[in-house]
Design a protein around this ligand. Sequence first.
Ligand code: ATR
Length: 282
Amino acid sequence: MSSLSGNAKIAGVIGWPVAHSLSPRLHGYWLRTLAIDGAYIPLPVAPENISDALKALPKLGFAGANVTVPHKEAALAVVDEVSETANRIGAVNTLICKPDGTLFGDNTDAFGFIENLRVGAPAWDPDAGRALVLGAGGAARAVVTALIDAGVMEICLSNRTLARADDVAQYIGGNVAVVPWDARDAAAQGATLLVNTTSLGMAGKAPLEMDIRGLADDAVVTDIVYAPLQTPLLASAQARGLTTVDGLGMLLHQARPGFEAWFGVQPEVTDDLRRYVLEGPG
Ligand code: ATR
């Protein structure tokens, strides 16, 4: 742990619980390797205190913070100003304390998703065909927004609870077709991108049941689950010879804009960082 001066810039991650978060480790790696006079700390905040806690950040001299589960939607309502992206996604994951004492809310999950996809699957072409997105939580909203912005013309969204997928499609607008959960295999026929944003496949959860045989031969399969790194879905896609992109990169890339805003240096996502973060959160 490096020592801090009285000028040190301070940021952190607000969640409940927050002990499992890899963000302190991730930002800590960048702070250390870039020799920055700054700190990034876990901030456990109970739901009943979220409004007070967020409003206190500028008063305490914080440079900003990340916001994670379950506070991303609440943060949207508390901040003084919201980025267009955060507004479209309906959630804030990055806060910036402005010099005038106000709080700006942004969402970098869409950026993190598309950067990870571009780095992991450079040959993926947004114009090439249909994308099938599974899930309807906050992550799905970020992924669908990112795909629309990347120029994907046809997006299918499938979720166990159909009404939640309908809500996401309606909230986001654009070319999003909702597909019943039972019809997800049919929707995969000829698709060039499959994204799992559900929690299925996570350690301790059931695997995602998905027939990937219908995907296009040049399809890319990506999972936002990163524990384990190779989910059963990614393993089956790899066995079929498809390009796969694991979920850790989304976490690493979504952190970049916040770090740059708070600490003034553009950080990089490297293999060494991946290895270091994977050894966490201890
Ligand atoms: P987040 O906001 O982090 O994306 P979430 O709201 O907990 O997460 O959503 C988890 C996703 O996994 C949801 O799409 C959920 O489906 P429901 O909307 O029907 O709950 C999906 N999910 C979780 N367990 C599932 C299961 N056993 N089968 C199918 N989908 C499941």
